[in-house]
Design a protein around this ligand. Structure first.
Ligand code: XMP
Length: 527
């Protein structure tokens, strides 16, 4: 196994993720574990992460000295390289120019780490790597025993290696996907240099997670707010695997869910998996509080507040529950960084973590907090959840509440649900050949797609009669991170089919429009 020491980088978990991708087990610990911990851990190799500090300041983090005395390979990344250099007798200086983003690095010295790994070869036969840099300081003198492994004009010592002791270090970030060969480098380190076997996989992950959940909660009972979304669903399936009936899920239907969502959740969890699920239909309560409210943020607040309220009432009935489980995944953790992570700097506070934990007085159980979305999905499939649910588009907490513009009414929600279901059904049914790869539907090719209800009426003609009915807008976007997005270029025939079906099948809607705005300047949701 690989030990990753965290110096507070925003992307430390990406290192763990790449090691997992290589099929090797790893764990992340804070940089200030003791020498004794290091000696007893049994690592086959150690990776030192990046971090926001400067080793040129005296009181900044250092690796436990035992790391360099273990006799196992060590890989320093960014700050990890700098502290390695400094601790072993080299020199680090504050850089005059800070370097962020894309860089081309020349690989040197034919080290075991970079041998035969390159993105292109220059005309004068230099092996070059396309990498992602993010640093201010740099190593100016290598410690004794090290040779140059990589360089850029800006950063002459961009990589160094002591192959005798099997110490490697790079200034760039191999763990991010922008470093094209990063995955290959980390694999090279853990498999070839550390000698780990690539035999760790999702079933192993499940047994480890099950074991650690059992240890954490003991004989206590756990409650979980099941939303039907991917994260809470996978968390529920995993925790149920670990503790069975000691898990109770609460599924709150606020009346703003997609068509048949409640039925689907109950079938999947209560019937198929045998999970205890309390289904609360709180439609009337939510609609009551939303009556007359038109401001989007006010609607969000009401929905969030009522959700906590309902959840609290239900959980108070479960007298023995000591834990609140949440499907927090790693990107959520990093968005609210700073809380409890040594050395990290806060980037921004999370916009969607409700007041649940504080008000309920329960301990938090978050078994997915080290996983990335795609890993959560793989885990879900391995736990037996259907592919179609695990690969669903995200759905916002306030649900149709922010897709019905202005005042929310049950009548509008009912119309919107049906229109939305038709859109999704048509997107899913467009399976096309995909150049030899697995065929994918337009549902898979878009990141999020949904219908929006516009509470304005327009005139239409149906048969011989005049209609005066509501408008529905279709929205489909493609995005990596939901921070920026392109509108999806859906085929016109597909849009035509969706429009026809909605107007014919949903009485009350006589016009369908397609949203062709990007984000920015528009947002993905309409409110
Ligand atoms: P916007 O509209 O900000 O959406 O471009 C970006 C992503 O965030 C989702 N979203 C929300 N999710 N509560 C949530 O849980 C919210 O209040 C909320 N608002 C937007 C949106 O669906 C998209 O995926």
């Amino acid at each position: 196994k690989i030990l990753i020491l965290d110096f507070g980088s925003q992307v430390t978990q990406l290192i763990a993720r790449r090691v997992r991708d290589a099929g090797v087990f790893s764990e992340v610990y804070p940089y200030d574990v003791s020498d004794e911990f290091i000696r007893n851990y049994g690592a086959s190799g150690v990776i030192l992460s990046g971090g926001p500090n400067s080793v040129t300041d005296g009181d900044t983090p250092r690796a436990p000295q035992a790391v360099f005395e273990l006799g196992v390979p060590v890989f320093g990344i960014c700050y990890g390289m700098q502290t390695m250099a400094e601790q072993l007798g080299g020199q680090v200086e504050m850089g005059k120019v800070r370097e962020f983003g894309y860089a081309e690095v020349r690989a040197r010295g034919h080290t075991a780490l970079l041998k035969d790994i390159s993105d292109f070869i220059t005309p004068d036969a230099h092996a070059m790597l396309k990498v992602w840099m993010s640093h201010g300081d740099k190593v100016t003198h290598m410690p004794a025993g090290f040779k140059l492994m990589a360089s850029t004009p800006n950063c002459p010592i961009a990589g160094m290696a002591d192959e005798e002791r099997r110490f490697y270090a790079v200034q760039f970030h191999p763990e991010v996907t922008h470093t094209v060969q990063g995955e290959a480098m980390i694999k090279r380190f853990v498999i070839d240099i550390c000698g780990c076997k690539a035999d760790w996989n999702m079933p192993d992950y499940i047994s480890e997670a099950v074991e650690s959940i059992r240890q954490q909660v003991g004989d206590d009972e756990v409650i979980l707010g099941l939303s039907g979304g991917v994260d809470s669903s996978v968390a529920a399936a995993l925790i149920h695997r670990a503790i069975g009936d000691k898990l109770t899920c609460v599924f709150v239907d606020h009346g703003l869910l997609r068509l048949d969502e409640g039925k689907m959740v109950m079938e999947m969890f209560a019937q198929n998996l045998g999970v205890k699920v309390i289904h609360v239909d709180a439609t009337a309560q939510f609609m009551g509080h939303l009556a007359g409210v038109t401001d989007p943020e006010a609607k969000r607040k009401i929905i969030g507040r009522e959700f906590v309220e309902v959840f609290q009432v239900e959980s108070a009935k479960l007298k023995n529950a000591k834990w609140l489980a949440q499907g927090t995944i790693y990107p959520d953790v990093i968005e609210s960084a700073g809380k409890g992570k040594k050395g990290a700097h806060t980037i921004k506070s999370h916009h969607n973590v409700g007041g649940l934990p504080e008000t309920l007085n329960l301990k938090l159980l978050e078994p997915l907090r080290e996983l990335f979305k795609d890993e959560v999905r793989k885990l879900g499939v391995a736990l037996g959840l259907p592919h179609s649910m695990v690969y669903r588009h995200p759905f916002p907490g306030p649900g149709l509440g922010v897709r019905i513009l202005g005042e929310v009414k049950k009548e509008f929600a009912d119309l919107l649900r049906r229109a939305d279901a038709i859109f999704i059904e048509e997107l899913r049914s467009t399976i096309e050949e995909n150049g030899g790869e697995e065929p994918r539907s337009w549902y898979d090719k878009t990141s999020q797609a949904f219908a929006v209800f516009l509470p304005v009426k327009s005139v239409g003609v149906m048969g011989d009669g005049r209609t005066y009915e509501y408008v529905v807008a279709l929205r489909a976007v493609q995005t990596q991170d939901f921070m920026t997005a392109h509108w999806a270029h859906l085929p016109h025939e597909l849009l035509g089919r969706v429009s026809n079906r909605i107007i014919n099948e949903v009485r009350g809607i006589n016009r369908v429009v397609y949203d062709i705005s990007g984000k920015p300047p528009a947002t993905i949701e309409w409110e």
